[in-house]
Design a protein around this ligand. Structure first.
Ligand code: 5AD
Ligand code: SF4
Length: 484
């Protein structure tokens, strides 16, 4: 416990230590502006999960602090940073494809700095491949040294060679990094980093290191500031939020953190992800039920409905235990909605195992599912297991799963018709029909006619029907047009 405390102390000044390099890069950018009359621009693109998107907001924050203007246009970018994901092979393939294309941009504009960071490049074999075959890349850095971007960028800009830092450190959390958040009224707030679970298919524990939690005071302070700035929804993030608090000097678990965040004054709501079923408990559900700001929606990844496969996945719960959790959550919160992650075609999975997954889905009746075909990841246990089922066969199972869920999802959505839902309005729908769109507390997409002034506000919407995977409705009569 003492050690964790020391580690955090060590990293407390980690961002301040970058000050000298921030100043140096600012000077470089000022010189460039004097020369060209154009402000240097930086593009950050994050792949993968919300944790990565949240890291991307900090990367943008650091770049803005160093004098770059954010851009989404590759052609005008002076720095391009791909914040990569390693969870599945196709995410990695996309990055290699984009890197190939970037070669032409670099030829046209040799001063462009191309950087890669995040989970994918934290893997030694990936960093080696970049070193060998993608020489137009200037900067490669992993998940543990993200806060040293100013120094790394300075070195990349001035050294004339590829700068690589994939140092793996087990410690610490760096507080105080600047953040440039995405548009809208929702904000990501990481509460813990890393994962100690070592599910046999998953590369995350290898690339993001051991679990470590932020002090609750830091989380509360951040949420308080967000609420004061007008944010209406905070998503508390972690690979496994239910193990929040381990290693902290203070005596706290995730339920305790939820209580504290719920106690912050203001009109906002709280979501969180991801919960591991092995650590979810009645205590968590009772806390969720009691905390009026916590959305009554639970993302509880089951991955598979066969005990044999769950064991091979090292998930450390059985189907029966999982179903008991669902029952407990429903008893504590009768209207709760669920979503889940499913992996199809884990090594050794048979059609019988897969059928058990279908049966579980039919029993739980999730509102939505995130479904993946198993992707072997180098260095994981599952990558060593026999995997006799062909990709084609897995594709057939996968489509069957989608079909089953489509029906359940539609029925779940229809069950909201007639109800009045509290919707956080996100903007206008892409279809061009002029409807506003947002999400209910249960995480259902709800569309309705309304005025642009409602964007970013909570609105009570009466659901009238279902159309293309979303509820359609109208503002509930009692408040006619005003936000709540
Ligand atoms: N192959 C396919 N899906 C995976 N996931 C994690 N690792 C793999 C893999 N090797 C999925 C899990 C996890 C989600 C974030 O990604 O379902 O919950
Ligand atoms: Fe990967 Fe399992 Fe950790 Fe989730 S809990 S990040 S699936 S190892």
């Amino acid at each position: 416990m003492q050690k964790a405390q020391e580690n955090r102390d060590v990293l407390a000044g980690a961002w301040a230590d970058q000050e000298e390099y921030v100043s140096r890069v600012i000077r470089l950018n000022e010189e460039a502006y004097t020369r060209t009359g154009v402000h240097p621009k930086a593009l950050v693109h994050s792949f993968g999960c919300q944790q990565n998107v949240s890291d991307g907001e900090k990367l943008k924050g650091m770049l803005v602090q160093m004098g770059y203007q954010p851009t989404d246009e590759l052609d005008e970018a002076d720095v391009v940073l791909y914040n990569t994901c390693a969870v599945r092979e196709n995410a990695e393939d996309r990055v290699y494809g984009l890197l190939g294309q970037l070669k032409h941009n670099k030829e046209k504009k040799p001063s462009m700095i191309i950087g890669l960071c995040g989970c994918m490049v934290q893997q030694e074999h990936v960093a080696d491949r970049i070193r060998r075959s993608y020489r137009h890349v200037d900067l490669v850095f992993g998940t543990h040294v993200m806060h040293t971007l100013p120094r790394l960028l300075w070195e990349a800009a001035t050294s004339g060679h590829m700068v690589v830092d994939i140092t793996d450190s087990e410690n610490g959390i760096v507080e105080g990094l600047p953040v440039v958040r995405g548009e809208g009224a929702k904000a990501w707030v990481p509460v813990m980093y890393g994962c100690d679970n070592f599910c046999t298919y998953c590369v995350v524990p290898y690339v993001r290191g051991r679990e470590r939690s932020r002090e609750s005071a830091q989380v509360v302070q951040e949420v308080r500031e967000l609420v004061a700035q007008g944010y209406k929804e905070v998503m508390l993030l972690g690979q496994n939020v239910n193990s929040y608090g381990k290693g902290l000097a203070e005596e706290i678990d995730f339920s305790g953190l939820l209580e504290k965040v719920n106690g912050i004054e203001g009109d906002f709501r709280i979501r969180f992800m991801t919960s591991h079923p092995k650590d979810a408990s009645k205590r968590l559900f009772e806390t969720m039920a009691r905390c009026e700001k916590v959305c009554k929606h639970l993302h509880l990844p089951v991955q598979c409905g066969s005990n044999r496969i769950l064991e091979r996945m090292n998930r450390r719960y059985s189907v029966e235990e999982y179903l008991r959790l669902i029952d407990d959550a429903r008893s504590a919160m009768p209207g709760i909605s669920f979503s889940s992650d499913i992996i199809v075609g884990f090594p050794g999975e048979t059609y019988e195992d897969f059928s058990a997954t279908l049966a579980l889905i039919r029993q739980v009746r999730y509102d939505s599912l995130y479904t993946f075909i198993y992707s072997p990841r180098r260095g994981t246990k599952a990558a060593q297991m026999e995997d006799p089922i062909s990709r084609e066969e897995k594709g057939i199972w996968f489509r069957e799963l989608l079909g089953v869920q489509e029906e359940i999802g539609a029925q779940r959505l229809a069950s909201y018709v007639g109800r009045t839902l509290r919707v956080l309005v996100e903007g206008y729908e892409k279809t061009g029909e002029g409807l506003l769109t947002g999400r209910s507390e249960e995480n259902a997409v709800v569309c309705f006619p309304g005025d642009a002034s409602l964007i970013g506000q909570f609105v009570q919407v009466r659901a009238r029907g279902v159309r293309r995977g979303a509820l359609v409705g109208e503002i509930a009569p009692q408040q006619s047009g005003s936000s709540v």
